[in-house]
Design a protein around this ligand. Structure first.
Ligand code: PMP
Length: 324
């Protein structure tokens, strides 16, 4: 028998998918870790589970308690599912710039959702800081604090990284993915380097995020912006601190959209925006290191969360981003 133990038992152990059209075009094996197949629909189910179980083990979260978090959506969705499955309440603070689909899903899942204006991290009303303050004012509540809570990257060190190593039989040359909290990137990069320090670990970065310049020059510069959600950062989070970063690749929205529509039309994969950045960066990396290499990236979430944006031709046309 092969039966999973509820929602929680179904998180992780996702397939590793060969991205055929991109592999054939580059002569590399370009592989995507299918995180959209997690039960809550994204890579963030893993971090949400580790954060909640870490708080349970430390007896910070007690029966009937509330999990509070500031999130671009996917962490909140993962937390809300796990709260339902374990009997906790969930309070989510989300910037109003995030897709309506994610906000609606959070409400359907029963989370209390507060949308707030999107302001920079240094502003005290930033969604992350606000969620921390609210949690501190409540009884029997924890702040998930995904950006700086190391249970996040631990999830990826112990599960995602190990799975990728086993699924490739250790025959992996490079790891590349974009970062939001950095939990996925850092946890996997640290696990892979511990197995084989030769594996190249590369940060993918959308325009407007500061990690590309940080890796290249040591300084954070945040010029431009991106239609992608859940990725990019203006600081080095605790989860990214100490993570190996051999190089960085910057990807613009035009290339991201082109890759998303190639995934849809040629590979049959209907993906969220950060996947366009990840796969475009994997292709750029393949061109740098040449054919015959195995490159792994992440298929973070599915396209239905962005139907009204990335898959709406009028919305794309208004942004000047219609694919050919
Ligand atoms: N892609 C999407 C769609 C996300 O929601 C997130 C998380 N915010 C990421 C990528 C990045 O994951 P991480 O927080 O582990 O860096």
């Amino acid at each position: 028998m092969d039966i999973k133990d509820g929602f929680v038992g179904t998180v992780g152990n996702t397939p590793l998918i060969r991205l055929n059209s991109f592999s054939e075009a580059t002569g590399c094996e370009i592989l995507g870790k299918a995180e959209f197949l997690n039960p809550g629909g994204s890579v963030k189910d893993r971090a949400a589970l580790y954060i909640i179980e870490d708080a349970e083990q430390k007896e910070l979260l007690k029966p009937g308690g509330t999990v509070v978090e500031g999130t671009a959506g996917n962490t909140g969705i993962g937390l809300a599912h796990i709260c339902n499955a374990k009997g906790y309440k969930c309070l989510i603070i989300i910037p109003e710039t995030q897709s309506q689909e994610k906000i609606d899903t959070l409400r359907t899942l029963g989370a209390e959702v507060r949308t707030v204006p999107a302001v920079p991290y240094k502003n005290p009303n930033n969604y992350v800081k606000l969620s921390g303050r609210l949690a501190a004012e409540m009884d029997n509540a924890i702040w998930a604090n995904q950006f700086d809570n190391l249970a996040n990257r631990q999830a990826h060190y112990e599960t995602t990284g190990k799975e990728i190593w086993e699924q490739t039989d250790g025959k992996i040359d490079a790891w590349v993915t974009a970062t939001g909290t950095g939990g996925t990137y850092a946890g996997v990069a640290m696990f892979l380097k511990d197995q084989n320090p030769e594996i190249r670990c590369v940060v993918a970065d959308p325009m407007g995020s500061g990690l590309y310049s940080y890796v290249k020059t040591g300084e954070i510069k945040t010029e431009g912006n991106s239609i992608t959600e859940g990725i990019g950062n203006s600081r080095v989070t605790a989860n990214m601190e100490g993570a190996p970063m051999d190089d960085a690749i910057q990807v613009d929205d035009q290339e991201c959209v082109r890759v998303l529509y190639q995934l849809l039309r040629q590979d049959g994969l209907f993906m969220g925006g950060s996947v366009g950045i990840n796969v475009a960066a994997a292709v750029a990396l393949a061109k740098q290191i040449g054919p015959g290499h195995t490159i792994v990236t992440v298929l973070c979430d599915g396209g239905s969360r962005y139907q009204s944006r990335l898959y709406n031709q009028q919305w794309l046309a208004e942004k000047g981003l219609l694919p050919d």
